[in-house]
Design a protein around this ligand. Sequence first.
Ligand SMILES: *[C@@H]1O[C@H](CO)[C@@H](O)[C@H](O)[C@H]1NC(C)=O
Ligand SMILES: *[C@@H]1O[C@H](CO)[C@@H](O)[C@H](O)[C@H]1NC(C)=O
Ligand SMILES: *[C@@H]1O[C@H](CO)[C@@H](O)[C@H](O)[C@H]1NC(C)=O
Ligand SMILES: *[C@@H]1O[C@H](CO)[C@@H](O)[C@H](O)[C@H]1NC(C)=O
Ligand SMILES: *[C@@H]1O[C@H](CO)[C@@H](O)[C@H](O)[C@H]1NC(C)=O
Length: 263
Amino acid sequence: MGAFPTPLAAFGLVYAIMFVKGFPEEAIFNVMSYGAVGGSNTDSSQAISKAWKAACNSKTKSSTVLIPKRQTVMVKPILLSGPCRAKSITFMVKKNRDFPLMIKSFLEYYLSSGRCKLSQINGVIVAPTSPKEWAGTDKSLWLAFKGISRLSITGSGIGKIDGRGTGWWNQSCRDHPSLEGRTLIAPTATKIISCNDTNLSNLHFINSSQAHVLLMECRRTEIKNLVITAPESSPNTDGIHIHSSHNIIIKNTTIGTVIVMNR
Ligand SMILES: *[C@@H]1O[C@H](CO)[C@@H](O)[C@H](O)[C@H]1NC(C)=O
Ligand SMILES: *[C@@H]1O[C@H](CO)[C@@H](O)[C@H](O)[C@H]1NC(C)=O
Ligand SMILES: *[C@@H]1O[C@H](CO)[C@@H](O)[C@H](O)[C@H]1NC(C)=O
Ligand SMILES: *[C@@H]1O[C@H](CO)[C@@H](O)[C@H](O)[C@H]1NC(C)=O
Ligand SMILES: *[C@@H]1O[C@H](CO)[C@@H](O)[C@H](O)[C@H]1NC(C)=O
């Protein structure tokens, strides 16, 4: 070997520096590795909680809790909270990882030529269908994030958060004022409470029991590329609620949830 390091040695050196520094820049916490079971009727809440705790406590620049592609996980009401040791944390309802750019452009070329079809089903989170699952818990929550800084909740444009709210709609006091057991409060699909520097993007919110997204006491939030839908017949399924918050930007978001007055 001459006076100058070969590329391999240089690579080794960089690797050694990373190794000595002792912690990775980025870590992925796949919920399936924490015991999540695919399927819309098996509870994966514990696994999500565990993956969240591991991601939050990891001393990385960025930690990601991943609901991988082609997986549907059912989650009961859950509160994921900070503060986290990870400098930033991502909750990703998404395909595993993007193809490297070259392969991706080749694939796009190949696909656009119509010779092959790549299935693009991505991660989905679904709620329990029965309101009974909320017995003894806060009925205003389903997926809640609290006291976190630099949180990003994202999908790949196809990732879904499905509140499966029909059971709640069927007993809402608005539509069934004389029903025994009617409910005034139903869960908001995603609540983000006391969080600074949050991004919420590239997700499809469907059929929440009540409002789909709520921000409370948040600073600097960017919401973009959301599609929020619930049928015309659903009561009180608002798109996005914002309370006591500062610097909230909403871009490129389509909300199709309808309240029909004077029924
Ligand atoms: C958010 O910012 C406010 C004001 O700077 C601060 O009081 C609060 O502790 C921050 N919250 C988090 C979760 O970092
Ligand atoms: C949020 O998105 C902005 C770009 O729009 C980026 O600069 C910032 O780092 C993102 N924050 C998180 C927590 O991912
Ligand atoms: C809600 O009511 C509709 C119409 O009565 C019924 O078809 C549906 O099964 C009910 N859904 C649930 C989850 O109870
Ligand atoms: C949303 O709820 C309506 C009414 O129950 C149902 O027809 C529709 O299929 C649901 N949408 C999805 C994407 O599940
Ligand atoms: C706007 O959001 C939709 C839905 O997520 C997405 O398909 C589209 O690419 C977005 N447009 C831009 C300019 O980002």
